[in-house]
Ligand binder design. Structure first.
Ligand SMILES: [Zn+2]
Length: 217
């Protein structure tokens, strides 16, 4: 699924129905919707990327506020970071879809993941408190690429630990969202039953009733 399709960039207010993937790293992939038909990219600015990160609680609020301030002062650097985040997002989509197909991901996608993952590790620190070792973000890790690296960090430390045979791509048309199927039976086919599931059902119903009508005739 190479991107020969024209991607429309449009503003978007994130809602809870946009976070169905089971992990924020996968929800990030789904900030492009309709990759199979008419792709729409919901990240129209670096500020929107921050809005998304706030919505999925990817970073502490203080870090997001500091990044927003920094982006106002350095708009060109923020825009360049957004462009890098999108390259990373597409590599991640490629990586995930290959895993779904049980095929090896492109080396370039793995290399990019490794690069961001290492930066993500370096952005964390270990603290000892109340008898426990805690993992937290370093205060000096605030840079425009932090969101991309935290996503890679989550991908490796959390998503890859989940059963990979439960990684799915939505069966709906004009969707292509990816998600982890955590249902008991493991038969989830759609990102959201109320969205793609019902559309598919009504399409099937229409096809069936058309068939019935033609038989009667
Ligand atoms: Zn869907």
């Amino acid at each position: 699924m190479k991107s020969i399709l024209l991607v429309k960039i449009e503003p978007h207010q994130f809602r809870s129905r946009d976070t169905i993937a089971g992990d924020a790293a996968l929800d990030f992939v789904n900030t492009v919707t309709g990759r199979d038909q008419s792709p729409r990219d919901w990240l129209d600015s670096y500020a929107r990327l921050l809005e998304w990160a706030a919505f999925v609680q990817l970073l502490p609020k203080s870090a997001l506020r500091a990044l927003a301030k920094k982006a106002q002062k350095e708009p060109a650097a923020a825009a360049a970071a957004l462009a890098r985040a999108k390259v990373w997002r597409e590599a991640l989509f490629e990586l995930v879809t290959r895993i779904i197909l049980r095929r090896a991901p492109p080396k370039s996608a793995l290399a990019l993941l490794r690069e961001h993952w290492i930066t993500g590790i370096k952005a964390h620190e270990l603290r000892f408190r109340d008898g426990r070792v805690l993992v937290g973000l370093r205060r000096d890790a605030l840079n425009f690429d932090l969101i991309a690296s935290v996503i890679a960090y989550r991908m490796v430390q959390q998503v890859f630990l989940l059963p990979m045979d439960r990684l799915r791509i939505c069966h709906g048309t004009n969707c292509s969202w990816v998600f982890i199927d955590s249902s008991k039976a493991g038969r989830r086919r759609w990102c959201d039953m109320a969205v793609c599931g019902n559309t598919a059902k009504s399409r099937r119903f229409l096809a069936r009733s058309r068939k019935r009508r033609s038989v009667r005739r």
